[in-house]
Write a protein that binds this ligand. Structure first.
Ligand SMILES: [Ca+2]
Ligand SMILES: [Ca+2]
Ligand SMILES: [Ca+2]
Ligand SMILES: [Ca+2]
Length: 454
């Protein structure tokens, strides 16, 4: 009896021990699962917080497309900046970007960079670390033909080296595509911004502790990605919000009304626009009457300095022509804002916005005198409404129509495409999520050009 009772006791004790072990295991598993549940909940909260930031930015952009203010070139930029951080019940978001080595609140204006599909080889070569062979290879990648430049690379080059792709022979679709081009090293293209999110991430600021290599100086060196973009686009409308007037098919009356010029001036302008290779920026240095007569030629360039402005912002470019045909610089600025030569068919690579353009572009790509570049940046930053008319640039000491004319073809006073790098954070566990969204606000509703979640 005693030994039977003893073995029953042993069985009971064993059973209890096994039950306890099972219960403990279940508890550990349950805890682990609940932690995992909390973590994935926090990830979802962080992601939706980032998304809330993106949606806020898009709503602001659409509002400004619908309600344009031609007298304030910075209205949209300021509005985006002021709403770049926000709080939700379960998380917060924060939108920032880097430009010229400085961190800014709000989305990146893609029009602060030169469009890689617009920049000619002669300017591309000005960039640091750029060599003639790489500039030629970029030009060959972009141009439609298969004739390699002097040091360039067309299909044959890529085929002979067993590279599994060929040049696009058309516009680049993203900045990242640059790295497919012969001779373009990621180190030059990305600098320290290895994930190309326009933000300084911890691994990009810890020296050699982790990939990539960086100098750990607390500043983001963006390489070419800080100067070039493939995202900026043209839009059909001017700062007034109205569709730009296509001069080749316009009537003098509508041109005169929109640009506040005389009917005679409008007729001359239309006559000029109907010439082959007409470029509105030439109005900055050449009299309208001369251009309209098809004598736009080179005669002005041979006499630099003789076409300077007289006081009061008025030009007396064309002493010989009738007074009615001479345009003031503000009028020329309005024409550049509200008119174009041909009908708008589809978005093309965008110009840079003089209100946000990176000073690296001004000094490096345009090769402007650093003092003049500095004056442009400080002058525009000092104006609460920014630069709304290209003629305002001529008020800057050292800026002349002769300096402005060749660069004006790459410049504008408005922006359409922005990249929102939104970082969301969950309040519960501090989990972070990032979203990089490139938005074109020229249409309503705005369109997403690119979407990434690194
Ligand atoms: Ca080609
Ligand atoms: Ca980064
Ligand atoms: Ca590093
Ligand atoms: Ca650095």
């Amino acid at each position: 009896m005693r030994s039977r009772r003893g073995s029953v006791l042993a069985i009971v004790i064993w059973s209890i021990a096994i039950c306890a072990a099972v219960a403990a295991t279940v508890q550990v598993l349950a805890t682990r699962q609940s932690v995992m549940g909390m973590e994935s909940l926090a990830r979802v909260q962080a992601r939706w917080a980032a998304r809330a930031g993106v949606e806020t930015m898009i709503a602001i952009m659409e509002y400004h497309t619908e309600n344009p203010d031609a007298t304030d070139a910075l209205a949209l930029i300021k509005d985006l900046e002021n709403n770049s951080a926000g709080e939700l019940e379960t998380g917060t978001y924060d939108i920032r970007h880097y430009l010229d080595g400085v961190e800014w609140a709000g989305p990146l204006d893609e029009h602060s960079k030169m469009n890689i599909n617009l920049v000619p080889k002669a300017l591309l070569i000005n960039m640091r670390e750029m060599t003639p062979d790489v500039a030629d290879a970029i030009a060959d990648w972009r141009d439609a033909d298969e004739d390699a430049g002097l040091l360039g690379a067309e299909g044959e080059f890529y085929r002979n080296r067993g590279i599994g792709y060929m040049p696009r022979n058309a516009n680049l679709r993203s900045f990242g595509e640059m790295e497919l081009i012969a001779g373009v090293w990621p180190e030059y293209a990305r600098g320290e911004d290895w994930n190309l999110n326009g933000r300084l991430d911890p691994n990009e600021n810890d020296g050699d502790l982790s990939w990539p290599e960086d100098d750990g100086d607390g500043k983001l060196n963006q390489g070419w990605s800080g100067i070039l973009t493939a995202a900026s686009r043209t839009a059909p409308q001017g700062p007034s919000g109205l569709p730009k007037i296509a001069l080749r098919s316009a009537t003098p009356e509508e041109v005169a009304e929109r640009c506040a010029i005389s009917a005679a001036q409008a007729s001359s302008l239309i006559t000029y626009a109907n010439q082959q290779n007409a470029r509105l920026e030439l109005l900055l240095t050449r009299p309208l009457a001369t251009l309209a007569q098809g004598r736009g030629g080179q005669q002005q360039n041979q006499q630099p300095g003789r076409t300077g402005r007289s006081s009061g912002g008025q030009t007396r470019l064309n002493q010989g022509a009738s007074a009615d045909a001479s345009l003031s610089m503000p009028q020329i600025g309005t024409i550049l804002n509200e008119c174009m030569i041909d009908e708008f068919t589809r978005p093309a690579p965008g110009r840079m916005n003089i209100n946000t353009v990176s000073s690296e572009v001004l000094t490096e790509v345009f090769d402007l005198n650093p003092k003049l570049a500095e004056s442009i940046v400080s002058r525009r930053d000092a104006r609460p409404e920014g630069i709304t008319n290209m003629s305002e640039l001529l008020e800057i000491p050292g800026m002349t129509p002769q300096i402005l004319e060749p660069i004006a073809r790459y410049l504008d006073v408005q922006s359409w495409v922005f990249t929102i790098t939104a970082r969301g954070q969950a309040k519960s566990l501090g989990t972070e999520a990032e979203m990089i969204v490139t938005v074109n606000r020229s249409t309503l509703p705005a369109t997403i050009q690119e979407y990434r979640e690194p």
